[in-house]
Design a protein around this ligand. Structure first.
Ligand code: ATP
Length: 341
């Protein structure tokens, strides 16, 4: 049965560092929730509080409605998966996975059945008798997942579980982790630096800065409607423009800045209609990357201020690098985000 996780007004300081500052968060049963933010923002500290490795200075933590703030880690029923798999090298994979059940004095026949089930879930049942050193990094991380799942935790806590893997394996494993969490109906909290990991598999995510949650939402909400300049520039790339950049064509309201993603700037003359905002300027630098080209475009706003924008062009056909050339581009008004700060 999937459980909710409630974080209520959690604060934690290490000396003068306020690692968590009145953090409140509701994670729904069965949700795959990501914590994202720059190094030192407090992600791991929050995860460790949920696991029970830290006691908060203030605030409460509820798992499945039970207040576990004062419950030691081994009685919280959480499964943990870390960056380092920490498998026992002298044990077979089945023995590695069985270990947690043996510690809990589960009967032998049940251990056998549950180990097989867990290995099956991570698609490693055929390798039950192998030793960890016979496996690739991705396979070892699967075993680490099986080991966390086999004790049937109420929720799964993952701390940078894929950061030791190469890029291709990371792609594969992130899809696998989502499949496994959904199949097991587990509530999961996942800490990462990797925004693509979060955007691709999270149900919702939180962006943290200096111990504070800056924004919580679905990947689409956080990417397309960032609440402030920090979130807009932390997730993906963006261009900041002065509020009056488009003149009468775009009403910035109370905004102090506009944010426009590089992929929302299209080269060429705009289609007819007031929703298409025109830019005229000059491209003075291009990085060719195969599937895209990234251009630097100087454009003058309606207020006369010149701004350099990054523009992504998909499927580029010309390897233009350094020569400057005049360019016209357009942006759909709905792709302009007005930011308060
Ligand atoms: P990273 O992505 O680099 O792992 P993070 O977002 O997980 O960073 P935390 O590890 O949660 O950040 O750290 C938050 C802040 O608290 C940092 O300033 C860190 O130096 C400090 N901190 C964390 N743990 C401790 C500790 N045990 N003792 C002292 N300071 C700590």
């Amino acid at each position: 049965m999937a459980v909710s996780i409630s974080i209520k007004n959690l604060s934690k300081s290490f000396g003068a560092t306020r690692a968590l500052d009145r953090v409140s968060l509701e994670i729904a049963p069965g949700e795959l929730f990501f914590l994202l933010g720059p190094s030192g923002c407090g992600k791991t500290t929050l995860l460790r509080h949920i696991a029970g490795f830290y006691r908060p200075d203030e605030g409460r933590i509820l798992i499945g409605g039970d207040d576990v703030t004062d419950t030691p880690p081994h009685r919280r029923d959480t499964g943990m998966v870390f960056q380092s798999y920490a498998l026992w090298p002298h044990m077979t994979l089945a023995q590695n996975v069985a270990f947690g059940l043996e510690m809990r004095r589960v009967p032998a026949a049940e251990i056998k059945r549950r180990v097989h089930e867990a290995l099956d879930t991570v698609k490693m049942a055929a390798r039950a008798d192998s030793k960890p050193n016979q496996l690739s990094g991705g396979q070892q991380q699967r075993i680490a997942l099986a080991r966390a799942l086999v004790v049937q935790p109420r929720c799964l806590l993952l701390d940078e579980p894929l950061s030791n893997l190469d890029a291709k394996l990371r792609l594969e494993m992130r899809i696998e982790i989502r499949r496994i969490c959904k199949q097991a109906g587990l509530t999961a909290v996942y800490v990462t630096h990797d925004q693509k990991e979060a955007l691709s598999i999270a149900d919702r995510l939180a962006i943290m800065r200096d111990g504070v949650l800056e924004q919580i939402g679905t990947p689409l909400e956080v990417y397309r409607q960032p609440r402030n300049a920090f979130v807009a520039s932390f997730i993906g790339e963006t261009n900041f423009l002065p509020p009056g950049f488009f003149g009468a064509a775009y009403d910035p309201g109370q905004a102090t800045k506009l944010s426009v993603r590089p992929e929302a700037v299209h080269l060429g003359t705009p289609p007819a209609g007031p929703e298409f905002l025109r830019l005229d300027g000059e491209i003075h630098g291009t990085v060719y990357l195969g599937e895209t080209a990234q251009h630097q475009m100087d454009a003058a706003g309606a207020d006369g201020a010149r701004t350099t924008l990054t523009v992504f062009e998909l499927n580029p056909e010309i390897l233009a690098r350094d020569e400057a050339r005049p360019a016209t581009a357009w942006i759909h008004a709905r792709d302009v985000v007005a930011l308060p700060q």
